[in-house]
Design a protein around this ligand. Sequence first.
Ligand code: IFM
Length: 736
Amino acid sequence: MIIKEVGYNKENYAHFGTKFLIGNGYMGVRGTPEEYTKEYMPAINIAGVYNLAAPDKWRESLNAPNPFFVKIAIGGTELALPDATNKVLLHEQSINMALGIHLRKTVFKTQQGQVNIESRRFASMTAHNILALEYIVTADFDAEIIITSGIDGNVWDVNGPHFVRHNIVDGEIMSVEGVCDNGLSVKTLEKVEIKGNLKSQSVIKEDKRILRALTFAVKKDEQCSIKKVAYVSTSKDLQIAKKTSDTNFLSLTYDELLVAQTEYWKSFWVENFVTIEGDKEAETALNYCIYSLQIIAPRHAKALSIPARGLSGQVYKGAVFWDTEMFMLDYFILNDIGTARTLLKYRIDGLKGARIKAKQEGFDGAFYAWESHENGLEACTKFNVTDVFTGRSVRTYFMDKQVHISAAIVYGLHKYTSMTGDFSILADGGLEIILECADFYMSMLSQRFSHRQDSDRVGKLELHDVVGPDEYHERVNNNAYTNRMAKFVLEYALEVLKKQTATSVSQVEKNRITAYKKKLKKCIEAICQPRTSKDGVIEQFDGYFELEDVSVDEVRSRLKDKREYWGGSNGVASTTKIIKQADVVTMLALFKNEYDIQTLRKNLEYYEKRTEHGSSLSACMYGLLHCYCDSVQDAYPMFVKSAAVDLVTPSKLWAGGIYIGGSHPASWGGAYQMMVYGFAGLTLKQTKKGITPVLNPRLPTHWKRLAFKCSIAGKRYNINITNKKHSIKSAKYKEK
Ligand code: IFM
């Protein structure tokens, strides 16, 4: 349960900051050494609080003043990374997932001898505003050690600076409050316990930070240390949190918090650890995904979702994408129904924004934000990529044409209700989402005027001018995935309406509902199917088959700059069949029961060769479909790729001049889905006894045993699978 890196390389600052993230759903803390300043991207990224720094910038999430800032000096010389790189004898960073703690150890060599730093830090899982740090220094010689620590309000921002003013307070409890020009503020308080032979201390108050310099006189191998407890809050907390924080900051101690933290994670792993006997690496990677999803789960909030880059920073504006409902939600439905509900309630709140966007784009109903901020506010701009050659912004169509976003939310609601048996969410606003998304797609469907004379299209309704999951091909007609998802929304709307008992409804209203159901039925029957080749390949969108058929490598070789954007009007992939990510394959993975296995295999084979996997959302969908096609050995590398996405060196940090690094929660969720639905083959059956789980396992041959727990319809199950037998037994656990 340890993720560890030994050795120091300054160049790893962005990757390790992400890999060694800690968090508690309220905030994420990047895994950078304590002495790092903003050039090296330390961040305490707050969930769900956004600001626009200037009209020509992007709105993005906020980073809090950093109370984990600490550096040391010995004999007047600073020992701080990265400047002191040449003095490093040993450097280790790790996450102990069993305890939810980040650990760091550095040994510096000086003229007098060796100096050792050890730190432990965590984001409290039991008090969401709280961060805690222990920092210990020893030297193998008698030394005067200065530990300088405090709150650094000079934070790293992608599209900042956000704070126009810093209110700084000195005293036993120090604080830095960053204030934005609209009054929005983020405040960090800290108190410190000091241990060791303290000779003197002083306070350094600067523009944006306040520090304490603690001078210790220590004997050889004697420790000096600080233990810090910090409280981070924002002026939006009351709006977001379920309840006001009952944390009595003054009375909390580091030691007590550590005990509570350890207890929390111990009981968490009893419920959530996934055993993969025969493959330690896969086991660690998958449990890292689970740890990582848990530390970004908005357990404190009434209605909040998870950004595409989790809480690893402001990349993608800290915004929420389809990633949540299509990739992450299943983990929460199966393990933490409270969080699953919170994620969906965020979309219920977002209906306001979705209605506005639909209207603006000329449609009825609800068109959800492609990149969603609070209240469903669209954060995606029309110019989302920068041309690496000219430095100019490129018009992209993610925001206005990626209409499959609305269907993803309805799909999420469907998964939630059908797997938990909790239909109350429909009465709490879910039904409105389903019906308004249905209205949206019905208003988009247009009678076909196309020049093409295919007989199967006559009288059909088409979905024009969209972008499917494959973002490299913009403004296409009848994207297979989008059409199927739109149809799904209409089908689900019809299904829920049929189940509604309208006893107290007037005759006029009944007639209206009947007419509406007829309209839904008509659209369901008429929505056109994608073209299919003679040998069963489904065309991703109208005209895809006519594009240039070249390999991914050939397209890559046409790049003049490796950071060039492959899509859009000038992209190297746009005129070819090379796609960014699973598109038809995603559709087939979701609706596999509608196709025979030959069709699934044929399409998998066809599209796999033509997929760049330029998005971390891609591999898991290929992996899932491989499992459904019983090609488990081909699924396995896709599983590893998804699960270990943030453990290995990142392959893509740029999209045409825009930094897109950070963590990949959708990929973690996708790996989890592969484990549950793919390898364990979990499906649900509606029987007289209610919703029951069924297994159809297909383990990779080197896996000896797969075991995990999950919750279905309010019951917790123990699932145990070997190559010879499998079982599902009730587990003693009550869903909270
Ligand atoms: O939602 C994804 C999209 O499918 C591909 N680009 C990145 C987004 C955020 O992860």
